[in-house]
Design a protein around this ligand. Structure first.
Ligand SMILES: N[C@@H](CCC(=O)N[C@@H](CS)C(=O)NCC(=O)O)C(=O)O
Length: 223
């Protein structure tokens, strides 16, 4: 396990890859970073990467020549393979709660605003990407805010320890801001995301700190 060779296919701006980077840094695991330049017809659609991941998405993690995709199961794999610095609480109820929050982000928010979806909407139906994404993120954040503020969150999303819930929430909150979401409408989400973002693993995993980050793009970002 300790000698596992890990290769991460990532893109600096990808919020799904950002989740996995946080988990890798949180567990202090060494990995090789391989950038995949995502764009409407980007490198993810090329024959070479499609062989690595037929879903043509990042993140993808190669573990000793064997390929894993999908951020949530990959992080669950890391959690089981490397139990130190856990990202799931011991209490079974809270473990389920953490997974509930991660799953809301992974299954019910992120896919609706993913690149291939918004490109199809724009090209076939003329839908404005920002209006669409902002609507869905705000709608789901409304629910998530109620879940978190109902005795679930502490210093972080679930209680006072960093968990998978923060790993998923922080990149999604950031993506929301880029799409024009006003986080002050969701004070618990804003507070816990801000708090978790201060942790070293979250700082290292931040898009701006990746080797493929594009400073010109960064200068256009909303804070
Ligand atoms: N469910 C996947 C989602 C992965 C995903 O959609 N990644 C995006 C970047 S955030 C991607 O690679 N998009 C490529 C595209 O839409 O063409 C996961 O959790 O890993």
């Amino acid at each position: 396990m300790v000698n596992d060779k890990l290769i991460l296919y990532s893109y600096w701006r990808s919020s799904a890859a950002w989740r996995l980077r946080i988990a890798l840094y949180w567990k202090s695991l060494d990995f090789e970073y391989r950038p995949v330049k995502l764009a409407e017809n980007g490198q993810q659609r090329g024959a070479e990467f499609a062989k690595v991941n037929p879903m043509m998405q990042v993140p993808t993690l190669v573990v000793n020549d064997r390929i894993l995709a999908e951020s949530l199961p990959i992080i669950e794999y890391l959690e089981e393979a490397y139990p130190h610095n856990p990202l799931l609480p011991k209490c079974l109820f809270l473990r389920a709660k953490v997974r509930e929050i991660a799953n809301i982000v992974a299954a019910d928010i992120h896919p609706i605003q993913n690149l291939d979806v918004v490109v199809k909407l724009k090209n076939d139906y003329g839908t404005d990407r920002n209006t669409w994404a902002k609507y869905w993120i705000e709608r789901r954040f409304g629910a998530l805010e109620k879940i978190l503020s109902n005795g679930v969150s502490g210093r972080y999303a679930v209680g006072d320890q960093i968990t998978l819930a923060d790993v998923f929430l922080v990149p999604q909150a950031f993506a929301g801001v880029q799409y024009g979401v006003d986080l002050s409408k969701f004070p618990t989400i804003e507070r816990v995301a801000r708090e978790a973002s201060k942790e070293e693993a979250f700082v290292k995993a931040h898009p701006t700190n990746q080797p493929d980050a594009d400073p010109e793009e960064v200068s256009k970002w909303k804070n």
